[in-house]
Design a protein around this ligand. Sequence first.
Ligand code: GCB
Length: 603
Amino acid sequence: MLYPQANPHRQMLDLSGFWDFCFDPDETLTATELTSAQMQPIAVPGSWNEQFADHRDYTGTAWYRTGFRLPWGWRGQRIYLRFNAVSYVCEVWLNGMRLGAHEGGHLPFAFDVTDHVKDNGNVLVARVDGHLLPDRVPPGGMGAHPEASFNRAGYPDTTYDFFPYTGIHRPVILYTEPEHAIKDITVTTDIEGTTGIVKIKVTRSQPTEGTSLTVTLRHPADGYRKLGDAVIEGETAYVAMHVPDAHLWSPQEPNLYELTVGLAQPMSVLDSYTLQIGIRTIAVKDEQLLLNGEPVKLVGFGRHEDFPVVGKGLLPALIVKDYALMDWMGANSFRTSHYPYSEQMMDMADRLGFMVIDETPAVGLFYLSGDDPGLAKRNALCQQMLREMIDRDKNHPSVIMWSLANEPHSARLEARAAYERDMTVMDNPSKPQAVNTFRELAALARELDPSRPITLVSHEGAIEEAFAFVDVVCLNRYFGWYTQSGQIDRAIALLEREIDLIHEMYPKPFILTEFGADTLPGHHAQPPEMFSEEWQAEYLVRQIELTDAKPWVVGQHIWNMCDFKTSQGTLRVNGMNYKGVFTRDRRPKLAAHRVRALWNPEG
Ligand code: GCB
């Protein structure tokens, strides 16, 4: 799905702004009977939980409404309405006509509204349902179920550790496409010597006699310009271009080329679309991750889309700020924990040269021993979301890996108990349902995109047998925090023993995708003590030093870049996770300076 753009053949109108809004806890309202008296203003994009203090913890149903007029010149085009992300189920009506619904909070969906849109006075209504339920992804509503939440039930009742912000979180865009349109572009790149090979697949709306496709590749810095010839088969066209002395994309030099695809008839251009692309390769060889054929090591963070007042709403200034802070730290990468981030964030990663592990919203997945009525639907949603994520993000050079899930509860209960006794995974196989889920997801990811490695981020407590299906082993570990609290030496010894064992079982590149400690800004202790800035700094530095010493560890991502909001519970003071090396308002803690000295010594 191509992002809407304005050019001589396409137009777009961002409907962000103030919409009308009302809560519907009893689910009695209907799309056509909403009255202005019921409604209050809300900002789109933005989470409702932060805008209305009396509904902070509300994750039920609510209604959004706005109006628009069709801009001049749009008639005669195909017109679409695109929601960039709505959490969680969104059902949409235009002028009283139901357009459809979409499930899943972090990926875009669009409707063809050509036949429903009026020149004047359109009424757009969206019903948003944020219920936390066992058959949703991510799931919720499992209370303290020992197989789903490890007894860490919080309020609101999630199976994951971030606040379940709800609402229209990213822009809503009305856009046009011409009748003969470029529907999709897929770019893959390769390198032969100093020549870049760019393979482009274009899908168009309809095969039409006498139309031709042109592809232009341009490097703005050196005036390089090349035209490619397309081989057209029905709706699909293929172009392969050889770029001599290619400017490769890398974190050090995030070179981007401008790719323009044009669809034309002899006397007129019918459509065109421009995309920024990067020429690079990404591969796993032996125990290394290779970018452009060279081993690369990821340093950076797990993060969240989270900020006061907007919640999970898109905030462009925050994107710029966060990249600046990551750059200051010497980070070169991050994981979109635990859901795909905004398209604006991904564009900026391409431009600024950050390597991204792109993760689906499959966090907190569980597999019940007894009857598990939600499992089939969760699995189907995981597949849908993986498809939608790859479809959305496949052309970003910054995306170097797909992550199928974060911390599925794959361990059998007795295995978890055994793990807690001796802190090794050796004799504790995964639940077969988990293995099946990831066998299928891994196969699907490879079918959809054979060009990128895949991974799965595992929880403690079991041998993650699904590591057999992925290219890179990712683990989150909190020795010294949730277990062996306060004992850094012992934590380091256990961490080393466990990652060595797992590496023996799965000799693949390894990334420590989470390690961290809650830290109250301004709390100091000598000698260091948990929750103090000194403790966090020492804890992180020791784990960085440990993993630096292992050649097969190709990445270290601190949990978390910034403090972030969570559900309330005994483990979360103020309803916050304080593991950030920056505060929620982006001020560095002591650890930021200490880690920066390791990651960015010359900075
Ligand atoms: C984890 C989760 C992450 C949590 C973190 C923590 O393993 O992946 O979502 O926030 O632990 O702080 O407990």
